[in-house]
Unconditional design. Structure first.
Length: 390
């Protein structure tokens, strides 16, 4: 079976630093995904440069098929060693996970990777080897649907030192927290956001170190097909509705005109839901065979705002509150964030004069700009997004 590899990460910068000394790089190939978490020694610009250099070398060489020995040889030959502490300037964790669930892990001086199966912490075998005088640990095993791997930098397990906890959160404490919370993580982003918010609280909003969480969840592919905006040529109305009808996965329609097109071409009656009214967001509607029907520009804009808040690791927004509402933006946001891995967008390019600033050219339509921003945010969340303009 081919799985979807759901990857997410969130970071906190050390207080007073504009750059994070941790770096996460993600590269997807046809058959696998490579995720690297590098932690540069210290903090600030120097740590950021060293972590970035380390992660780029690792993902690039591994993508091109280099062995871990060759890759670490290059890292050791490139990065210096701290003369004062006699330790490497960057530590790292690597996870290479294939689309069929096979996983290969390499760990060098970072906190051990957490492997969660349901609400249980799984201990997996690690084999130590010496490469260029450095002791690295390798692991290989098979993941199953729903399994989660989590990498953290040492800023996570030190969270709270000098503030709330004497010795920091500790690896075992993080593991216990994951055991209690794993069943609530619908997607990898929920996990990383949850853990990084706990770290921020333990640091009392004054992080004493860079803290990074990167998570991978093995998911079944879930497809969402969304149609918004009328096509320029009305002759393709029937074609686009037929494409939507025959598509697998959830079906979403955004916009009054788009909904009217679907209603007409399917020969169904659209009913507006007046049971729940939000003063800022227009009501939703229902059409048989369509999972969600919403208004267009206003709802998309509010949905975009919610997803931006959700994506911000320091926004302090409660995950369950953001998408728990019955309004169109909350329901659409929940579908896009939690209930899909692949999104097919069908975007009509006809301009609604009500959505257009007369001082702007037609190609700067408010609707299209919102859609472009939404696409960018969904890609940042690791979604596989395909946009079709019609």
């Amino acid at each position: 079976m081919s799985y979807f590899i759901d990857v997410s990460y969130d970071c906190l910068n050390k207080q007073g630093e504009e750059l994070c000394g941790d770096k996460v790089d993600i590269i997807r190939t046809e058959d696998a995904t490579i995720v690297v978490l590098a932690d540069g020694l210290g903090s600030g610009v120097k740590a950021n440069i060293l972590a970035t250099l380390t992660s780029k070398i690792l993902v690039t060489m591994l993508k091109e098929g280099a062995s871990i020995d060759e890759t670490i040889d290059t890292i050791v030959g490139t990065l210096p060693v701290c003369k004062v502490r006699n330790i490497a300037y960057a530590t790292f964790s690597i996870i290479k996970i294939y689309n069929d669930g096979r996983v290969y892990i390499v760990e060098y001086d970072n906190p051990p990777v957490f492997y969660m199966k349901g609400d249980k912490l799984i201990n997996f075998e690690r084999k130590s080897k010496v490469v260029q005088g450095k002791v690295v640990k390798e692991s290989s095993f098979q993941l199953e649907l729903g399994d989660i791997l989590t990498m953290v930098s040492d800023g996570v397990i030190h969270a709270g030192v000098g503030y709330i906890l004497n010795l920091g959160w500790q690896w075992e404490n993080v593991a216990d927290y994951l055991v209690k919370r794993t069943s609530k993580y619908v997607c990898a982003k929920h996990l990383t956001k949850d853990l990084i918010e706990v770290c921020r609280d333990l640091y009392a909003n004054k992080p004493g170190d860079d803290a990074t969480v990167a998570a991978i969840k093995l998911r079944r592919p879930e497809v969402v097909n969304m149609f918004t905006g009328p096509p320029i040529n009305r002759e393709v109305d029937k074609w686009i509705v037929e494409k939507l009808r025959k598509s697998s996965g959830k079906k979403v329609v955004c916009g009054g005109t788009a909904a009217n097109i679907v209603e007409r071409e399917l020969g169904m009656t659209m009913r507006v839901d007046m049971e729940y009214i939000d003063p800022e967001i227009p009501p939703t509607a229902s059409i048989y065979g369509i999972d969600l029907v919403t208004e267009g520009v206003l709802t998309l804009s509010k949905t975009l705002d919610k997803i931006k808040k959700y994506s911000n690791p320091v926004a302090g927004e409660n995950i369950t509150q953001l998408f728990s509402g019955r309004d169109g933006a909350s329901r659409l946001g929940k579908i896009l964030v939690e209930e899909c891995t692949h999104i097919n967008l069908w975007v009509g390019k006809a301009i609604n004069p009500a959505h257009q600033n007369p001082n702007f050219p037609a190609d700067l339509s408010i609707k299209l700009k919102i859609v472009d921003e939404l696409v960018a945010m969904l890609k940042r969340l690791g979604k596989n997004v395909e946009v079709n303009y019609i």
